[in-house]
Design a protein around this ligand. Structure first.
Ligand SMILES: [Zn+2]
Length: 698
């Protein structure tokens, strides 16, 4: 392998991954015990309706939760100004990147018993679409993406708070607001935190030249650029694969499939950008006047994101809670994979906001869901969320200190009845189950202190023994059916999972396991858990969807990535076996940003050290970081750059080829459930209706 392919091989799949799925829909009717379902055609010929057990659980939830408290619905509708005629947003090529209309079945006055009644409630609340007034001089465009665009009237123009995922949706939101409220120039953009649904659409609302010339300010909490990209690189391929589960991104939109994303309907599929902030907020509390509007920034690191900030507008008595307080309990553990968040700090930061600003505030709003008006209501919601995070943290550790393990706590921990009855304490994005386990994991790790679980045998190796001891496949299927018919889906899944691991080609076993997963999915309040089970059912029935790896590179994100992070990722991509017995030292010098790196291969480990070079290096590669970006994006190869004189090498150029030859390529469709992998990629087989976004953080 020569230099020619180097650029390609060193690409960052985590950031360029767009999987286009191919899911066949059909109109075959299925038997359903839910007579209320008007969208009666399951998208999957093997799919089932809700069982009588699922229906009974549905009715229990309907009776036990406070559905007569309709304040959320009143607040979600309050301040509505107008909605555009079209629910679709297209990109320059005419491809649909957003379509909230796909979820219109939720607007019918209809109970879908394939959807937990509480989840159905939030799924309806998340159908808000259009322009809304929050208070004098503050507006929001909702339902244009996973997050809202917030517009604040400054003295001379708009101050925009969080700017959606894609430039297309952000541009459409700003255009619609300008049409309704009068055209105003954008004077400032504020990123509340490092997740892509809060900065990705920036190029749809401002021009980078105006930022450079100082016409437009971009404000963010300190450390924003360090975390905006790095969270998703090192384990990016695994995170993308797990996103299939948590976000159900390949599930068709249907009462039997994808119904909501907890924070909103879904993520848009347009182009993601990033313009670096020009002003960093570094103090714990910092006051600033932006285009004539007084703002008090409240930094809240290590809460919902590594860096995040709330804002209080004292002259408007308006409190912006970023994503720290929404209408759901968030993820302490994010199922796609992320470092476990700190529930205690999160709770304390809400408490700070409650006592610094919450005593005076008359309206509270955020980048998801709807505002809360009136001081009493604001304090109620702040206390509810503070206590929900605080309670799960404290009580889970109380239990852990009494010997309850990470593998038991989700069956033991209970949300107190007072919080259970408050909608703001319900877990739609997080779940009580995975968050409680996450808290033990943060403090004690994954081990329950039973030696057998310290280094478990591979499931594929133990499953055949279990199956043999249970008398083979047929008694397991028989018992699985009995348990299924009794509504004991988790028990049925337990034994069927062993059979599927022992016999990955046993489709009967996979189908029955899928039936269990489907009922478990229907019973969940949390979208993360529902989507995970329904995605698992889909793959067991049909295999991993065939798809295509898109070529969508997000240049802004690559540019924003540090060279160190990129080199760290190459260390992860290195195939240890191929590197055995090999050794070299290489210098990389990027004069335009004044950086240098010593890259060393030894003991099958690729290390890099910023700020150093080796005197006796085997190779020194000199090129500007601006040109290295092109290689990182795959736009140019190193050979191109050498030919153009943009890169130069001293020493042995074969080192580069050697390095390339030792890199692994990660399969974005690696198998999770046994026997679900079908063939290789078919280029061009993608279906534009069900594309997966490049990456989602939330
Ligand atoms: Zn968000």
């Amino acid at each position: 392998m020569g230099l020619k392919t180097l650029g390609k091989v060193l690409l960052i799949p985590a950031l360029i991954l767009i999987l286009m799925s191919q899911i066949s829909c059909n109109n075959q009717n299925i038997e359903s015990s839910d007579t209320n379902l008007t969208v009666s055609d399951h998208f999957d010929p093997k799919g089932k309706g809700p069982s009588k057990h699922t229906l009974a659980i549905w009715e229990d939830w309907k009776k036990s939760l406070p559905f007569d408290d309709k304040r959320d619905f009143e607040e979600a509708q309050k301040g509505f100004i107008a909605a555009p005629n079209s629910k679709q947003i297209k990109n320059e090529e005419g491809r649909v990147v957003w379509d909230i209309g796909r979820y219109d079945f939720l607007l019918q006055d209809q109970d879908y018993k394939t959807i937990h009644p509480s989840l159905q409630r939030i799924a309806r609340l998340n159908m808000s679409f259009g322009l809304y007034k929050v208070t004098d001089g503050i507006y929001q465009v909702r339902g244009f993406d996973l997050s809202h665009l917030t517009l604040i009237e400054g003295k001379t123009g708009w101050i925009l708070y969080d700017v959606l995922i894609s430039k297309e949706t952000a541009a459409a939101a700003l255009k619609f607001a300008n049409e309704q409220l009068g055209e105003r120039p954008v004077r400032a953009v504020i990123y509340s935190h490092t997740h892509v649904d809060h900065f990705g659409g920036v190029r749809g609302v401002i021009d980078e030249e105006d930022v450079k010339s100082g016409k437009v300010m971009v404000i963010a909490p300190e450390g924003f650029m360090d975390f905006a990209v790095s969270e998703n690189v090192i384990a990016g391929n695994a995170m993308n694969r797990r996103l299939f589960y948590q976000y159900g991104i390949l599930l068709p939109v249907s009462p039997y499939g994808h119904v909501d994303q907890a924070l909103a309907k879904n993520a848009s599929l347009g182009s993601v950008g990033l313009i670096a902030p020009t002003i960093s907020i570094s103090k714990p509390v910092e006051e600033m006047v932006v285009d004539g509007v007084r703002m008090i920034f409240h930094n809240t690191p290590n809460t919902e994101a590594p860096v995040e900030m709330n804002t209080y507008f004292p002259d408007k008595k308006a409190l912006w809670m970023a994503e720290n307080v929404t209408a759901t309990i968030h993820n302490i553990y994010t199922l796609r994979g992320a470092l476990i968040r700190d529930a205690l700090t999160w709770s304390k930061k809400i408490s700070e906001a409650l006592y610094m600003f919450g005593q005076d505030a008359e309206v509270m709003f955020a980048s998801h869901h709807w505002p809360r008006w009136g001081n009493e209501r604001i304090q109620e919601v702040l206390r509810t969320q503070r206590d929900a995070y605080g309670h799960i943290h404290n009580t889970v550790l109380n239990l852990a200190n009494q010997g309850v393990t990470v593998n038991e706590v989700h069956n033991v921990y209970e949300v107190p009845p007072g919080l259970q009855q408050q909608w703001a304490a319900r877990s739609y994005h997080g779940s009580v189950e995975h968050n409680s386990r996450g808290i033990i994991n943060r403090y004690l790790g994954y081990w329950d202190a039973n030696p057998i679980t310290l280094m478990p045998l591979p499931e594929r190796e133990t499953a055949p023994l279990f199956v043999e001891m249970m008398g083979g496949a047929s008694p397991i299927i028989k018992k699985g059916n009995t348990l299924y018919n009794e509504g004991k889906y988790m028990f049925a899944a337990e034994i069927l999972n062993k059979l599927v691991f022992a016999e990955p080609d046993n489709q009967e076993a996979k189908n029955l396991l899928a039936d269990c997963y489907e009922q478990i999915g229907y019973q969940q309040e949390s979208t993360s858990v529902r989507n995970s089970f329904l995605a698992g059912a889909y793959e067991l029935r049909n295999g991993i969807p065939q798809g295509e790896q898109g070529k969508s590179v997000t240049p802004d994100v690559i540019r924003a990535m540090s060279t160190e992070t990129w080199l760290d990722f190459l260390g992860v991509k290195l195939n240890s076996k191929k590197a055995e017995g090999k050794a070299f030292k290489m210098n990389i010098i990027t004069p335009d940003n004044n950086e240098k790196f010593l890259v060393e291969l030894s003991n099958s480990t690729l290390s890099n050290l910023k700020g150093f070079t080796a005197k006796n290096a085997d190779l020194t590669l000199t090129l500007n970081r601006a040109d290295l970006n092109l290689a990182m994006m795959g736009v140019k190869t190193f050979e191109d750059l050498l030919k153009e004189g943009k890169a130069k090498v001293e020493g042995n150029p074969q080192i580069l080829a050697q390095l390339v030859g030792m890199m692994d390529e990660f399969d974005p469709r690696f198998e999770v459930l046994p026997g679900t992998k079908k063939g290789e990629y078919k280029k061009g087989s993608g279906n534009t209706g069900l594309d997966a976004p490049a990456y989602i953080e939330d």
